[in-house]
Write a protein that binds this ligand. Structure first.
Ligand code: NOJ
Length: 554
């Protein structure tokens, strides 16, 4: 039964087809190339692939400007290639999730083209229009500094149209029942082709009231229930993972009090505070974020992540906290973006320091939720700050020391592979790290393996333990009479941390180290005392003597 809720103990890996592996040598990654790399992904231990948008698109926002929901962009292959890919994943027991971008279409979508040119078209009301420039045309800009407004005049229609994001992404009028029906149809189509769920883009905007007369947009949460019900009628175990950077007091609106809305959401609150803690070694705000996002229905799950394909959004931190993260990880204005975030990859943010990278990923793997990796982070890939906006962290996967990192045989690939310097493919690539037992790749693989064997983190409830030091985070997970305890030292200094595990019976209060052999026995004062290295971490199962004895018998 537990496996039915597969997303609870999943390990997600996110990638874009165009930058992963090019099989036909035209300089763009494709489904055939991705199929060749599935054994690599399976070996890494991930259980679910999340594909960024791959449908036909002018590609002005990395595919988040879709011009046909029912096809594959010819640069990446055909629908047939997608079906082969889905089959190849199923053969290996890997699940597939895809982006569902239905807040807006591309302005090149046939619906918008017809809507703007024909006032009588049924598609006119699929978008959001105004005959005058709305007074709030400057409100709610998502990409400050790049995006100029949220309403643009369209000469053909002689009307203004609403676009929450860039002007080439007209918003769909999601209140229109025909649009809602089409969204379900899009989900139904891809479900039929074998996907297990959707990462739903920009959910708060999809469900918001939209229009020139809307002062403060109001979220229509019940739409979420409609999406979920439809999905489960079509495929019982299909899920939606919401991109919703919202405050904790609305989390339950998204999950539903009884879990009747969306199964998963990314935990942006914990994400931003994680980076603050990595920058400052002050764990208090992270603990607060963990506790604030703790209430959720038993079937719901957080998606926990470090970096994604967008900027690291620090908009929910206080100005002082944000300044601390900027100073530590993105001091140069060119590393910052949209007045709120950092556009770098995580390895250069942490100066390539292996200890800090291990700390960050060990933490991600042991935070409450399902971990979501970004391609290339498992080998510590870097960024190319010469590229504009978020493009800097979307460079091709570095497979080997062959030209263009083995990503393509084409002389001039569409996306440039990072070359030279500490993060160039010559130094950072899969082939080299695969051969080195101590590489970051092999470390990640080991940790993923262990994480999959610790369902307590995915299924259990957690307690933030009172530790003797504020720079150490001590979390305990309890589930079905089993407990797991994780320690993370955010400080650059070695330290001794003391804490009570919470285990009622001192005879059973032994911490069995899951990653090495130094177990911890409780002291007569009822506390554990653990020496941690600079940026050190530990994963323990709270075992009894019984456990140790059994273990030595085997
Ligand atoms: C959120 C996506 O993550 C981002 O990459 C995109 O630009 C916007 N939504 C618009 O679709």
């Amino acid at each position: 039964m537990l496996n039915d809720l597969w997303y609870k103990n999943a390990i997600v890996y996110c990638l874009s087809v165009g930058t992963f592996m090019d099989a036909n040598g035209d300089g763009v990654g494709d489904f055939q190339g991705l199929i060749r790399r599935l054994d690599y992904l399976q070996g890494l231990g991930i259980t679910t692939i999340w594909l960024m948008p791959f449908q036909p698109s002018p590609g002005l926002d990395a595919g988040y400007d879709i011009s046909d929901y029912y096809n594959v962009d010819p640069r990446y292959g055909t629908l047939g290639d997608f079906a082969e890919f889905a089959h190849a994943c199923h053969q290996r027991g890997l699940r597939v999730m895809i982006d569902l971008v239905v807040n807006h279409t591309s302005d090149q979508h046939a619906w918008f083209r017809e809507a703007r040119s024909d006032p009588d078209s049924k598609y006119r009301d699929w978008y959001v229009w105004s005959d005058k420039k709305p007074r709030n045309a400057q409100d709610g800009i998502v990409f400050p500094g790049v995006q100029k407004s949220t309403w643009t005049y369209d000469k053909q229609a002689a009307l203004w149209y609403f676009h929450r994001f860039y002007d080439f992404q007209p918003d769909l009028n999601t209140a229109n029942p025909h649009v809602q029906a089409e969204i379900l149809k899009v989900m139904g189509f891809w479900i039929q082709l074998g996907v297990s769920g959707f990462r739903m883009d920009a959910v708060p905007f999809v469900i918001s009231t939209k229009g020139a007369k809307v002062g403060k947009p109001v979220e229509q949460y019940n739409m979420l229930r409609t999406f979920r019900e439809f999905l489960q009628w079509r495929k019982g175990d299909a899920i939606i993972l919401a991109e919703a950077n919202v405050l904790p007091d609305t989390d339950l609106e998204y999950f539903g009090d009884d879990g009747e809305r969306l199964q998963m959401m990314f935990n942006f609150q914990v994400n931003q505070n994680t980076f603050y803690t990595l920058a400052s070694a002050d764990t208090a705000p992270l603990k607060k974020a963990l506790l604030a996002t703790r209430p959720r229905p038993a079937t719901a799950q957080w998606g926990v992540f470090l970096r994604n394909h967008d900027e690291l959004d620090l908009g929910r931190l206080s100005p002082e906290q944000r300044a601390t993260v900027f100073a530590a990880f993105g001091p140069d204005p060119d590393m910052q973006l949209y007045e709120r975030g950092i556009r770098r990859r995580i390895a250069p943010m942490l100066s390539g320091d292996r200890r800090r990278l291990e700390l960050a990923y060990s933490l991600m793997l042991t935070l409450p939720g399902t971990p979501v990796f970004r391609y290339g982070d498992e080998i510590g890939m870097g960024d190319d700050l010469r590229l504009p906006e978020r493009e800097c962290a979307r460079t091709p996967m570095q497979w080997s020391t062959e030209p263009h990192g083995g990503f393509t045989k084409h002389a001039r690939p569409v996306a440039r592979v990072i070359s030279g310097g500490p993060y160039g493919y010559e130094r950072v690539n899969v082939a080299d790290q695969r051969r080195d037992p101590n590489s970051f790749l092999n470390w990640t693989e080991r940790l993923i393996r262990m994480r999959r064997e610790v369902p307590e983190i995915s299924w259990g409830d957690f307690a933030v333990l009172r530790a003797s030091r504020n720079d150490v985070l001590a979390l305990r997970y309890d589930w079905r009479n089993n407990s797991v305890l994780c320690l993370h030292n955010f400080s650059a200094e070695a330290c001794t941390v003391k804490f009570k595990s919470g285990c009622a019976n001192p005879g059973e209060d032994i911490l069995i180290n899951l990653l090495s052999d130094d177990h911890s026995q409780v002291a007569p004062d009822g506390r554990h005392s653990v020496v941690l290295e600079p940026y050190g971490y530990r994963w323990y199962r709270i075992g009894g003597l019984d456990y140790l004895l059994k273990r030595s018998e085997v």
